[in-house]
Design a protein around this ligand. Structure first.
Ligand code: ACO
Length: 403
């Protein structure tokens, strides 16, 4: 690793690296990825162990504070988040301004950005207490906002959070409960959703996290910075891939299913077709994405629980994966399934509509964005982010006034 800042100070030389292929934008001690080994650690803990032994709020505590909570800290942290799950009642009027057929990510970007208009006592990004309160509010209220966006879309009344439920259980109830009857949380689905949240909680300097850091580096408020992250995540090359992946699987299914996989793969390999195998490939993982393995396991469990073992999309996904792992095109380019390849099938089985998948991702990633934002603001060397450019336009020239 070359610290190019010294070279810049001495010579004015800087690097040209579009897409940040070989440029570290910061130092971080939060998440470690070994792309060649297919390893992911949050604060040193392997993702497999966290997904097995901890819940999402334990993981939030770890990402935010650097350590897993002890028993007392765990109770206090859970209580703190639970006590902030309701949103300002005025926000529902703001929500009503959106068209009901708006994409949930459009709504969510607006709602998260609007939080700075409702919670004035947590908008000073340089004040650690403000940042702490903003962090808890964002983690606690994201499920409420995502569920509200969904209920608004389908024309049902909002369901208020219930503090006795777990983070994931509460979200399931706000999504699928109605005022007409008690909602029973299915523990298998609750655990599956919690695992989706854990697997998406942080992933070092990806596009949306880098967006949050860059946005926050100007000193804007934490809600505005997180809204920028939500907006970035929406893209199909990033968080939108889970939605794009499920749409892709449904398209192949509609065209004939497993028998059409070979034909589809030929299209993917033809660069002129513009077709990509969504849910495959990763900038950093050049081996299996460890999250995809865990997601495949969860997918199995959920489908068995719901009696959907023969789900055609799951079969299709496994067939696509099998062919890709044997095909030279994918092998040479080290393309493996990423977390989004199976998460869409799990979410769809739970009953989550496809266009809400990226909203679920945003909900889960919020803690990672905040942890990264806190780390940056707390770094004495932090400066406003200001990439350089290689200018390719016209040389200096003079305006010729029009006659
Ligand atoms: N399907 C087919 N070919 C692919 C795919 C894919 N999904 N991904 C990469 N390739 C090919 C590229 O065409 C390129 O081929 P070439 O060397 O012949 O030109 C080669 O593999 C390298 O790909 P790049 O685009 O250079 O890889 P990059 O690191 O820039 O992109 C990305 C990574 C954006 C994730 C890409 O793999 C992709 O678009 N995947 C599909 C979308 C997706 O699943 N995104 C989710 C990422 S995970 C997340 O955000 C949670």
């Amino acid at each position: 690793v070359v610290d190019i800042r010294k070279l810049y100070a001495q010579t004015g030389m800087f690097t040209y690296d579009p897409g940040f292929l070989s440029t570290a934008s910061c130092q971080s001690s939060i998440t470690y990825i070994d792309g060649d080994k297919g390893e992911l650690l949050y604060r040193g803990y392997p993702i497999e162990q966290l997904a097995t032994h901890c819940d999402y709020l334990d993981t939030c505590h770890l990402l935010l504070n650097g350590e897993l909570p002890n028993a007392q800290e765990r109770t206090e942290f859970h209580k703190l988040v639970t006590n902030h799950t309701m949103v300002n009642e005025q926000m529902q009027f703001f929500l009503r301004g959106f068209r009901r057929d708006a994409h949930p990510m459009a709504i969510l970007t607006g709602l998260v950005g609007a939080m700075s208009a409702f919670y004035h006592d947590s908008t000073d990004i340089n004040n650690p207490e403000h940042r702490h309160v903003a962090a808890i509010r964002l983690i606690a209220k994201m499920p409420t906002l995502v569920a509200m966006a969904y209920k608004y879309k389908i024309g049902q009344p909002y369901i208020y959070p219930k503090n006795s439920l777990s983070y994931a259980g509460n979200f399931l109830r706000m999504m699928f409960g109605t005022p007409c009857e008690e909602y029973e949380v299915n523990p298998v689905l609750e655990r599956a959703l919690d695992r989706i949240f854990i697997l998406h909680a942080d992933h070092e300097q990806n596009a949306s996290t880098s967006t949050v850091r860059l946005c926050a580096s100007s000193g804007t408020n934490p809600f505005a910075a997180i809204a920028a992250g939500v907006a970035c995540l929406w893209g199909p090359a990033h968080g939108g891939a889970n939605e794009a992946c499920l749409n892709m699987l449904e398209d192949i299914q509609a065209q004939g299913g497993v028998s059409k996989v070979g034909e589809f793969m030929e299209k993917v390999k033809d660069k002129n077709s513009g077709v990509k195998l969504m849910g495959f490939g990763h900038r950093v993982y050049k081996n299996y994405d460890p999250r995809a393995k865990l997601m495949q396991e969860t997918c199995n469990e959920v489908l068995v629980e719901l009696g959907l073992e023969n789900d055609p999309l799951f079969k299709l996904a496994k067939e696509l994966e099998k062919i890709a792992l044997e095909d030279d095109y994918f092998v040479q380019r080290k393309l493996y399934p990423n977390v989004d390849f199976y998460s869409g099938i799990v979410q769809r089985a739970i009953g989550i509509p496809v266009n809400l998948f990226t909203g679920i991702f945003a909900l889960a990633r919020t803690v990672g964005w905040i942890a990264q934002l806190n780390e940056m603001i707390g770094d004495p060397e932090y400066k406003i982010g200001r990439p350089r450019q290689l200018f390719t336009g016209s040389e200096r020239r003079d305006v010729k006034p029009l006659a």
